[in-house]
Design a protein around this ligand. Sequence first.
Ligand code: NDP
Ligand code: GDR
Length: 333
Amino acid sequence: MPNALITGITGQDGLYLSELLLSKGYDVYGLIRGQNNPKERMVRRTVPGVKLIAGDLMDMASLIRAMDTSSPDEIYNLGAISYVAYSWQQAKLTSDVTAMGVLNVLESVRVWAGADLDRVRFYQASSSEMFGKVQEVPQRETTLLWPRSPYGVSKVFGHYMTINYRESYGMHASSGILFNHESPRRGHEFVTRKVSQAVARISLGLQDEIVMGNLDAKRDWGYAGDYVEAMWLMLQQPTADDYVIATGDTHSVSDLLDAAFAAIGVDDWSGYVRQDPAFMRPAEVDLLIGDPSKARDVLGWKPAVGFNELIAMMVESDLEIETRRARRLTDTP
Ligand code: NDP
Ligand code: GDR
């Protein structure tokens, strides 16, 4: 069975993709950064079959060592500084990791594989944030890119560098332009998880309100478990290409609040939600909605989980987590 190397193994998508590849019989290697990474235990517990390799996207020597150790047939480059709001605060670091990191991985593959480059397949985690100030609705593979944040600009660099390695070296390098995808494993800094956790805590009497930013922004939200299937499918194609992965539906942040509060039986959430300019962004992406027809026609991919089901799943999971946490606190002598 093939070997796969995943960067970003500690993230939401790294975990789902590892589970998918392990279930298909792959030998899965995950790049983990930092000395004593606090998420290492969680990864070992959640996906015990994954073999961890120390490395950093900013350190090309560590990437070449990771190639040597894992001898990958497939490389999934999911590692990034991925929080858009944070990318204004650390624009240089975001560029080093999220933009230059892609080049470091591509170049490591090229140097390591040498004459056997055509044996390796590469996936780049591109993003709907590249569409930014959208020039077409819905957005498709050919839509002009107009990023609105240092994160978006970095993803555009990675996207075009992936295409360039495909065109320059004939590398099997594909770029998945994924729209927002969420799950109970989503980081707490992202809006869906922030809301699902807060709503669960409000329901349990542990919190009084949620402080939010822009409620009018619209996103095409899907389920991460569905989206990692699309990543794998891209690398199984005879030729590499770029694909939009999306549901084709869009919802506002207000709709998200509706769905999350509905899951705990609350119709009118206005008394629980406060807005604070601190959560507004210097430049907002107002509307994202993807056209996934190429992925449907070529890959045979379509999402299984819809918006309301996704948000209900996240609230339910956070209700369990917060209940367990509250119990542990009252049990403490
Ligand atoms: P997460 O933020 O959950 O995970 C990011 C991962 O990148 C973490 O494992 C993190 O490791 C790792 N990382 C950060 N800096 C470095 C570094 N210097 N060297 C090596 N690894 C590093 O992201 P998701 O799982 O949600 O997303 C996966 C990828 O897909 C990202 O590239 C993201 O930008 C992209 N994407 C995500 C979408 C989404 O909606 N989720 C949509 C479109 C694209 P650590 O834990 O050590 O910080
Ligand atoms: P996004 O996700 O920026 O789309 O990037 P995020 O969940 O952070 O924001 C979505 C929208 O919600 C608005 N918003 C808030 N966002 C956060 N985080 N916190 C708030 O309190 C809040 N209030 C309103 C935001 O302004 C925004 O419009 C995600 C990341 O996973 C990227 O890595 C990925 O590439 C894109 O999705 C596709």
